[in-house]
Design a protein around this ligand. Structure first.
Ligand code: PLP
Length: 410
């Protein structure tokens, strides 16, 4: 790539050019059989993805949002329940909670990992809730509603600290649904089992999105749920298919939330490359990390020693975020902000009545984060150009600050 060609935030074209012959042969196969919904393609992908996640079951669904919603409903979350998550996530997490009939509530994120802070979760459960001795249910005191589930989000490709979250869930009888929509292949070292665990294998169930830009992306919309619980898997299969296990015999009302056979076929092919793509992302992250270590005024993504991140996003923190984003745009470098407004401050959640300052870590994080280009095909030269431009911007800011400060120092 020549030196001044734009560097997109995400390049999906190169990857699909490489895979075109394989994808086209799957397309032909599906057209020839006209098996568009369900069938062997979906079953094959479900088998392969369950294996990839070290989970017993995988249920293919239409999107990551459906995956979170069906997992919550199958876990027994009822209308009127409270489900606890973080305000630093994509709105789909809380939409799915609301769509399951529950009220989303929040605890703040950890300053370093940007995932759910287990200490904040413990405070919430101890301080704001009490156990109803008669029903054995945890009741939110102010809302007078049962708290029944927790949804930790493995944000940017790094898993939340699951051991203490699972301990709390056991203590308070809560279901844990991992939002693994950004974490295909991420790993977590569980001190409890003294082993590395894959995203999707550790909670009661886990939701994955295969939106095209994800580490494993479909060529359209798709999602999946993994679980080790057979009864939950059975219910989720019914929920995605109008509440039926046998055609036209409906045990419940469900949804039209199935995974297309064509997308399943594409995903089966792409899954074979996922481990390699994740390694390439980790290489890109290493290159960024090493060079940015020498740059003042920037924080690189924190990778805890209990996590192997798959870098769905590479997110730095800088005080002059907006100015840096403009500088990079001028230099032809695409960036993103994931996410600029914490969920509790979104118009959509005004009714939850959380004023600004309610979740200070998340609010600070949202004002400083910038996602740099990150994808398996980002080459060394492109990475170096991004690094050079970020460093040039920050050093010019630093020298401007020093110059301004000098008269005062004299
Ligand atoms: C953290 C998180 N949760 C849920 C979702 C929802 O996935 P989908 O877009 O496939 O519905 C996404 C997708 O962007 C996500 O990033």
């Amino acid at each position: 790539m020549s030196n001044n060609e734009p560097i997109p935030f995400l390049d999906l074209v190169t990857l699909h050019k490489e895979l075109e012959p394989e994808l086209l042969s799957t397309l032909k196969e599906v057209l020839q059989t006209a098996g568009f919904v369900g069938g062997p393609k979906v079953e094959e992908f479900e088998r392969d993805f369950a294996k990839f996640c070290d989970a017993s079951h995988c249920v293919g669904v239409a999107s990551g949002t459906d995956a979170v919603r069906f997992a919550l409903t199958a876990a027994g979350v009822k209308p009127g329940d409270v489900v606890v998550t973080v305000p630093h996530t994509f709105i789909a997490t809380t939409e799915a909670i609301s769509q399951a009939g529950a009220r989303p509530d929040f605890v703040d994120v950890d300053e370093h990992t940007h995932c759910m802070d287990p200490r904040k979760l413990r405070d919430y459960l101890e301080r704001d809730c009490s156990m109803d001795a008669k029903t054995g249910k945890l009741i939110h005191r102010k809302l007078q509603a049962p708290v029944t589930a927790v949804v930790p989000v493995h944000i940017y490709g790094q898993m939340a600290d699951m051991d203490p979250i699972l301990d709390l869930a056991r203590k308070y009888n809560l279901t844990v649904i991992e939002d693994a929509c950004q974490a295909h292949g991420a790993e977590y070292f569980s001190r409890a089992t003294n082993s590395w665990r894959k995203a999707g294998s550790i909670g009661h169930a886990a939701a994955f999105s295969f939106y095209p830009g994800k580490n494993l992306g479909a060529c359209g919309e798709a999602g999946a749920i993994t679980t080790n619980n057979e009864a939950m898997a059975r219910t989720m299969r019914m929920l995605r298919d109008h509440g039926q296990a046998q055609k036209y015999y409906h045990q419940m009302e469900g949804y039209n939330g199935r995974l297309d056979a064509l997308q399943a076929g594409f995903l089966t092919i792409k899954l074979r490359y996922l481990a390699g793509w994740n390694r390439s992302r980790q290489e890109v992250a290493k290159r960024y990390d090493r060079s940015f270590a020498a740059v003042d005024g920037l924080r690189t993504p924190f990778c805890s020693d209990f996590a192997h991140s798959v870098y769905h996003l590479y997110v730095i923190r800088v005080r002059q975020r907006d100015a840096l984003q403009k500088h990079l745009a001028k230099a032809g470098i695409g960036t993103g902000i994931h996410y600029p407004v914490p969920l509790h401050l979104q118009e959509a959640y005004r009714h939850l009545q959380y004023p600004s300052g309610s979740f200070p870590v998340c609010e600070q994080v949202a004002s400083e984060i910038l996602s740099l280009p990150m994808y398996p095909h980002l080459d060394v030269e492109q990475t170096q150009r991004v690094i050079r431009e970020v460093a040039a911007f920050l050093s010019s800011r630093l020298s401007a600050t020093v110059e301004q400060a000098q008269p005062v120092a004299l």
